[in-house]
Design a protein around this ligand. Structure first.
Ligand SMILES: *[C@@H]1O[C@H](CO)[C@@H](O)[C@H](O)[C@H]1NC(C)=O
Ligand SMILES: *[C@@H]1O[C@H](CO)[C@@H](O)[C@H](O)[C@H]1NC(C)=O
Ligand SMILES: *[C@@H]1O[C@H](CO)[C@@H](O)[C@H](O)[C@H]1NC(C)=O
Ligand SMILES: *[C@@H]1O[C@H](CO)[C@@H](O)[C@H](O)[C@H]1NC(C)=O
Ligand SMILES: *[C@@H]1O[C@H](CO)[C@@H](O)[C@H](O)[C@H]1NC(C)=O
Ligand SMILES: *[C@@H]1O[C@H](CO)[C@@H](O)[C@H](O)[C@H]1NC(C)=O
Ligand SMILES: *[C@@H]1O[C@H](CO)[C@@H](O)[C@H](O)[C@H]1NC(C)=O
Ligand SMILES: *[C@@H]1O[C@H](CO)[C@@H](O)[C@H](O)[C@H]1NC(C)=O
Ligand SMILES: *[C@@H]1O[C@H](CO)[C@@H](O)[C@H](O)[C@H]1NC(C)=O
Length: 698
């Protein structure tokens, strides 16, 4: 849902012009958004830092001291960009600091930024509560061209509805250490827009701003800021090589600048960003946003370039308002920066007596009516309006199917979370607002499929699976590198359950082995890549002339093959019953078709080819696979004293198609997955409701 929010009367002080050339070690942008901590009376704030630095990406060393309330947002794929110059990278962390703060912040060994902020405490008189400082978004590094005018709209927002002003930082107020002035930059009063008039030489300039909120009623000339937040930008001015008006522009479903996207707990929001560029093709769409934002690879069709962004609201300690900024670069041009807000709706605790129980197939909700004022029971609906909500005189009840009723499923860490929303929907035109929105969620720990199969991690390589190697190895049950998995195997259900499988305890003295474990390996280092095995053939001869199918689409082709579950997504193990293969001799050869699979969407996993329900899901647009054929050497079917395994390594060819995925998750401390859970039932971890009157005014 997109709700446009227009920033009210933005009045921007005319500032002095203070850019100066940036030396290598300084930053290309920084912002600190702060949330006053109630229990400190506003004397302490939780500060959320976002710093852009030149490549190589700095480490987090020096950011947190032990014992501090400080969390770094580590990610295997940080926000990065190629332009300007040699590229940049974003680092984000949060820390509790005093509300009046000035410090040289060090990031890694050579990034240093002086930050000054002043955030009260000051009270809002009506109602009496702590003032919330303004929120500022940080655009990616800005580019302009000599002799071309440029507008850089900055996006700011205040949760109290205060007036927000942007001005240049002033050295005499202690807001910056070295603030040279320049006259080719201006702040536009009404819109918090930075204007570049084209009259500078090429170079890189650092712009240090203060963003401040003011009580709305006071007169412009007499006011004193309630708080001051630093925003540092970089502007790189390049020599113009083409017309001044050919920049990429947004089109399609791209949200409006300043739009607010409301996010309920465990909701997945999707933002699609498209730029149109005639003169030069878009080389990158760059983003600076919250930790954990997934990004697809750039999809270019003619003059259009699209990137999709996805964010799931997992339990987190992030501020309620999260800025998300993006722009497009071509070789010599840049679009205007655009920023939107993700607003994590604040939830009240649920009414006393509310019960949500999670069953294997349904969630059961019981909600007492007495606690909910003005509730019209007949107006209550679940995601799917036809799903029934019943009531008696005291309670509202609903049984919500996990697979119907519009129930949504997301993966959060290793958990699977099912969500639905009970809301009151008015059919009359008069009332536009729901009076109740009650998101409900059942969280199930990842069972069996836990570990890498469900982890939301990022591919470490962009766009391709890289050069990957696949190989087959054979071991007797209980031997080899996966011995601790094959000794007491857990089997995936490839066979009808009536087919009981005996565990092999000893190798018979008979001439042939009973069973053999086929191991399929890949050396992919992509975190989220899963190894899938399609078809495996067995033959007596190396040319596979006369062959028998032992595995088809990852499923047993007969009664003779079972898959042993491992916890590693890059290894698959299959137990072959040798008495079911027709080979008469003491040797066989095996050839398998293998795949690597990566999902582009965070909430999906690769389809289990053997599970009809999941393979029927249409995921063509979001699952990336490429198939390879791997053949074994000769495999001995009789006991030998030497190692049983013969291995043939088949290096894969580099993928030719554009295999694109650059989802960009991060690991935040807040959603550490529950380790190794053997629970099979759901747990209720979140029942939240919000009475929504007035909520849309934010
Ligand atoms: C804000 O209000 C509280 C409660 O009335 C009061 O104790 C505190 O001193 C006030 N703070 C400021 C900065 O006015
Ligand atoms: C985002 O996309 C997912 C998957 O397509 C969908 O389940 C979800 O409802 C979408 N979210 C919104 C807010 O539309
Ligand atoms: C992005 O999302 C749009 C709208 O949901 C979809 O049509 C398009 O295929 C997606 N593109 C990519 C690259 O995922
Ligand atoms: C209404 O249903 C709830 C939940 O099933 C039950 O606990 C309650 O006793 C019922 N109330 C009446 C008046 O029947
Ligand atoms: C996998 O092995 C191949 C062949 O040895 C090598 O070229 C490639 O770099 C390896 N890939 C990874 C991700 O380690
Ligand atoms: C199995 O063995 C591997 C290495 O030999 C080890 O890393 C892994 O933790 C073991 N797994 C179990 C379940 O014991
Ligand atoms: C599996 O075994 C059963 C009984 O042994 C047999 O009837 C069936 O045809 C076998 N299935 C296949 C696919 O070979
Ligand atoms: C292998 O298959 C044969 C024939 O279907 C069956 O009798 C035997 O029990 C199987 N052995 C194992 C270890 O499953
Ligand atoms: C998992 O099993 C172990 C041992 O059987 C038990 O101690 C533990 O409580 C179980 N964990 C959960 C989450 O049920």
């Amino acid at each position: 849902m997109l709700i446009r929010v227009f920033l009210g009367h933005l009045v921007v002080a005319l500032g002095l012009l203070l850019p100066y050339p940036v030396c290598e070690a300084t930053t290309l942008g920084a912002v600190v958004n702060v949330v006053p901590l109630e229990k400190s009376g506003g004397n302490m704030v939780r500060a959320h830092y976002t710093v852009i630095s030149a490549l190589p990406c700095p480490t987090f060393s020096g950011v947190c001291q032990t014992g501090e309330d400080c969390v770094v947002h580590t990610t295997s794929l940080p926000y990065t960009g190629q332009k300007p110059a040699s590229g940049w990278c974003v680092r984000q962390w949060q820390r509790t600091i005093p509300s009046n703060y000035r410090a040289n912040v060090n990031l890694g060994s050579n990034v240093n930024v002086f930050l000054f902020l002043w955030a009260g405490p000051s009270n809002q008189s009506n109602p009496l509560r702590l003032n919330q400082p303004p929120y500022c978004s940080l655009p990616p590094p800005l580019r302009a061209r000599v002799n071309c005018l440029h507008h850089f709209p900055l996006t700011v927002k205040d949760l109290d509805g205060d007036t927000v002003l942007c001005r240049f930082a002033q050295a005499d107020l202690g807001e910056c250490l070295d603030c040279p002035q320049y006259n080719f930059l201006k702040m536009e009063e009404e819109t918090c827009t930075l204007l570049y008039n084209g009259k500078s030489s090429a170079g890189q300039y650092s712009v240090q701003l203060m963003v401040e909120d003011f009580p709305r009623q006071t007169q412009t000339n007499k006011r004193k800021a309630l708080s001051s937040i630093p925003l540092h930008l970089s502007l790189t001015v390049e020599e113009a090589s083409s017309s001044c008006t050919a920049e990429p522009v947004t089109t399609g479903l791209t949200p409006t600048g300043g739009a607010t996207i409301y996010v309920l707990p465990y909701e997945q929001i999707n933002v699609s960003v498209t730029f149109h560029s005639d003169l030069e093709s878009v080389s990158e769409i760059v983003v600076v946003g919250p930790p954990g934002l997934f990004r697809t690879a750039l999809d270019t069709k003619g003059s259009l370039a699209t990137m999709n962004l996805t964010w799931i609201r997992s339990p987190n300690n992030l501020p309620p308002l999260l800025p998300l900024c993006f722009l497009a670069n071509t070789n010599s041009l840049q679009s205007e920066p655009r920023c939107v807000w993700l607003y994590q709706r604040q939830m009240e605790t649920f009414p006393t007596g509310t019960e949500l129980t999670c069953g294997k197939t349904e969630m059961h909700l019981v909600l007492p009516i007495s606690t909910l004022k003005n509730l019209i029971v007949s107006e209550l609906q679940l995601n799917h309006p036809s799903c029934s909500v019943t009531s008696n005189s005291t309670h509202v009840m609903a049984s919500i199917s996990l697979t119907g009723c519009g129930t949504k499923r997301v993966h959060s860490g290793s958990e699977m979370v099912y969500t639905n929303t009970l809301r009151s929907v008015r059919n009359t035109v008069i009332s536009r607002q729901p009076t109740l929105i009650m998101p409900i969620a059942c969280r199930f720990p990842g069972v069996e499929t836990k570990g890498p199969r469900y982890a939301i991690n990022m591919p470490s390589e962009q766009e391709t699976f890289g050069l990957v190697k696949f190989w087959l190895e054979f071991y007797r049950p209980g031997e080899g590198p996966m011995a601790n998995r094959t000794k007491i195997p857990k089997f995936r259900h490839l066979l009808p359950s009536s087919q009981r499988v005996r565990r092999e305890t000893s190798v018979r003295t008979a001439s042939r082995l009973d069973t053999l474990d086929l191991h399929v390996f890949s050396n992919t280092s992509l975190d989220r890549a899963e190894l899938m095995v399609g078809k495996c053939m067995e033959s007596e001869t190396e040319d596979m002339a006369d062959s028998l199918c032992i595995l088809d689409q990852g499923c047993s082709a007969g009664n003779g093959t079972l898959e042993i579950l491992t916890s590693t997504s890059t290894v698959r193990v299959f137990r072959i019953n040798l008495s079911t293969i027709k080979t008469k001799g003491t040797m066989m050869y095996v050839e398998c078709t293998v795949y690597l699979c990566v999902t582009t969407r965070p909430s999906q996993k690769c389809p289990d080819q053997c599970d009809r329900a999941s393979s029927n899901q249409v995921m063509v647009d979001s699952v990336l696979t490429r198939s390879y054929t791997v053949r074994s050497g000769s495999v001995s079917l009789v006991p030998t004293t030497a190692a049983l395994a013969t291995t043939t390594v088949v290096p894969a060819t580099t993928p030719t198609g554009t295999i694109s995925t650059t989802a960009a998750p991060t690991t935040t401390a807040s959603n550490a997955p529950a380790e190794d859970s053997n629970m099979t039932v759901g747990v209720v971890l979140a029942v939240i409701h919000v009475l929504l009157q007035g909520l849309l005014h934010h």
